[in-house]
Design a protein around this ligand. Sequence first.
Ligand code: CAA
Length: 256
Amino acid sequence: MENILLNKKDGYAIVTINRPKALNALNSATLLEIQEVVKDIEKDENIKAVILTGSGEKAFVAGADISEMADLNTVEAYEFGKRGQETFSLIENSKKFYIAAVNGFALGGGCEISLSCDMRLASNNAKFGIPEVTLGVIPGFGGTQRLPKIVGLGRAKEMLATGNMIEAEKAERWGLVNDVYTQEDLLDEAEKIAKKVAKNSSYAISGGLEAMNQATQIKLEDGLELEALVFAKAFSYPDQEEGMKAFLEKRQAKFK
Ligand code: CAA
């Protein structure tokens, strides 16, 4: 692959978007490569967590590629938007736990790909924004739908209409990122979380994520029913037997 680096480790993977000269901007080729990598990881039973980050020290991802978008007509723009949306939905609906390690600018499509991850960590130089209005367009890779669910409607609309960037510290206050670290420590801290996740039950992680993803989409009673079903199904997997037996035997569970 030209624009993505994939580093599979024990139990987790690190995916790096690697177009540093364009601040890791997402062109069509990169979106397709991300799809390929996400699908590959999905099939890999040894991987339970994925860290998504950007190359270099300046940007996580500076957005969709403006040079590719500049000459699109409406039909092409629809297709480009759909491609980005589909790519990010693969991440959001994945059975693996995605951690965005935001190491610099996360603008437009860069902010949006981080929103499709299960959690976000940031370096203290990170800046988040959806500056599309300054280009005469709107966020087209899921930002109008996912950002309000994470930071609330008022804050999301402020970011949309002003195009302002928000610093890592404010992003943390707004609940957009879970924690902020120095750039030097960011990846190590993300790896600590990935390693912890990798020790837990695959079924329980993916089942819990599936149920939580529905929390803001469906009625409470339907969500509770889904939770009951996923909970019950866990009892048909060996992980439940091992997890509970290990607790009772006062030892660490060993999940396959
Ligand atoms: N697309 C294409 N190229 C980009 C890019 C993008 N989104 N962002 C940066 N680049 C390129 C620049 O054109 C420049 O290339 P050259 O060296 O060949 O000129 C290189 O990356 C370095 O960028 P700058 O010289 O601009 O660096 P800077 O430090 O002066 O500024 C920045 C950094 C503030 C992030 C600035 O690059 C910037 O504002 N980038 C665009 C951010 C943006 O508007 N993102 C939203 C895109 S639209 C979108 O994402 C739509 C959607 O939802 C689908």
